[in-house]
Design a protein around this ligand. Structure first.
Ligand code: PLP
Length: 422
């Protein structure tokens, strides 16, 4: 039954990729799922691997629809381009924010129509603009006169969305304003340049910043977007319709807070805008909690009380986010004995431990002074919340690959098929 439900979700989006589905009940924890994967075919398991829990993705989509019913999600592919995640989101009715031809190709390969894609990169090379024109991706962002000139030349039928820079500091770890977004005083010139070039500016976008951004920041940015709508109207340009509120969402209570701010701000500032289309570009929101990483202990050293371990993924692979001090790594341990059952640790004593990644760089250190039980070779370390900007930032440094190529999909007997809105 599970297999067929998951097939529904994927076939709805034309997904034909490899899928490995565990057959556990809907109550199975991610730890149960990982144990079952390892125990089923221990000799065939390539470490490291990740598990994509589709139950999480479905819950997040339901929550999005409940909290932000008027905001269409365009999943930011850059956050995690795993094809199964894209397929699941497509069949749940999501649209896509792509920033490059490779990302566009991935989404189109699922059978998603190009009108469900926004090319949300304000600076694109000419060949990439030509590519977008050739596949019918007809909405893109811009924030410079140079971009207007390129689009006029290579894709004159493309609709433009003006990316603006929010004025309040949201406190985000990744503030995108240093690189992107028109300033308030640059807006009239940019709108005129597009209009003079015969291009249609249909909306405004912003991004308050990723990871830890204050949700209050949506309010100020939505108000600023409103002033851009008014400027366009004062310049006698055609009415704008798209308000793109970008990303910056994280699951949990912060999402409720963000939703309140957004809904109130839209109501206050855009009440009289009939035909308004509000879109968002969530990346972290959908990807972060949906992936769990399992890595194997491949080396050990004892120095007095200190324990040092090597695992087979690290900061040059899936675990790059651990170098940012905002990211709280949570890790649990699994051990399998000669019998197929998990061995419970007899000794509950813990030791201050260091966990290194596999490469020859000593900065490739995943955990320091972390309290762990005594581990042995071939034990497993399991890291949760490993979906956002993890495998997408991984490198092949030293020839080590990350978990990105080895993703298992977990689902349950929830009725996914019925939720297909595409
Ligand atoms: N949209 C744009 C234009 C971005 O640059 C990013 C992230 O860099 C996102 C959306 C996704 O942001 P987040 O992961 O905070 O949702």
């Amino acid at each position: 039954a599970e297999e067929s439900q998951i097939t529904n979700i994927f076939s709805a989006s034309g997904f034909k990729g490899k899928k490995l589905v565990t057959t556990l009940s809907s109550e199975a924890t991610i730890s149960d799922i990982i144990q079952s994967i390892i125990k089923t075919k221990p000799s065939e398991i390539d470490s490291p691997f990740s598990v994509l829990d589709l139950r999480v993705v479905i819950d997040l989509m339901n929550k999005w629809t409940m909290n932000l019913p008027t905001v269409k999600p365009f999943y930011a592919v850059k956050c995690n381009p795993n094809i199964s995640l894209l397929g699941a989101l497509a069949s749940l009715g999501a649209n896509f924010d792509c920033a490059s031809p490779v990302e566009i190709e991935s989404v189109l390969s699922l059978g998603v129509s190009p009108d469900r894609i926004i090319y949300a990169n304000p600076c694109k090379s000419e060949s990439h603009i030509k590519y977008a024109a050739s596949v019918g991706v007809n909405v893109t962002t811009f924030d410079s006169v140079g971009e207007v000139e390129k689009i006029k030349m290579w894709h004159p039928n493309c609709e433009l969305v003006l990316r603006i820079k929010p004025e309040e500091d949201s406190g985000a770890r990744f503030s995108l304003g240093l690189k992107f977004g028109a300033l308030r005083n640059e807006v009239p010139e940019l709108l005129k340049a597009a209009d003079d070039a015969g291009l249609k500016v249909t909306g405004v976008s912003f991004h308050i910043g990723s990871a830890g951004a204050s949700t209050q920041a949506y309010r100020g940015a939505i108000l600023l977007a409103k002033t851009v709508f008014e400027t366009a109207s004062n310049l006698g340009m055609p009415k704008m319709k798209i308000l793109n509120i970008g990303g910056g969402f994280t699951p949990g209570s912060k999402f409720d807070e963000a939703s309140l701010n957004i809904n109130e701000a839209i109501k206050s500032y855009f009440e009289n805008e009939e035909d308004l289309v509000v879109i968002g570009e969530p990346g972290t929101y959908f990807a972060e909690t949906a992936f769990t990483l399992a890595t194997k202990v491949i080396g050990k050293r004892v120095r007095d009380e200190l324990r040092e371990y090597w695992i087979d993924d690290g900061i040059y692979g899936t675990l790059s986010t651990v170098v940012y001090d905002y990211f709280i790594v949570t890790c649990s341990t699994l051990r399998f004995g000669s019998k197929p059952d998990e061995v419970t640790y007899k000794d509950t004593k813990t030791y201050p431990s260091t966990v290194f990644g596999p490469t020859c760089d000593s900065t490739d250190t995943v955990l320091k002074e972390y309290s762990l039980p005594e581990l042995e070779m071939n034990d497993w370390l399991v890291f949760s919340n490993m979906g956002a900007y993890t495998s997408s930032l991984g490198t092949n440094f030293n020839g080590f690959s990350s978990s990105a190529k080895n993703v298992y999909i977990a689902c349950s007997s929830l009725s996914y098929g019925a939720e297909n809105k595409s």
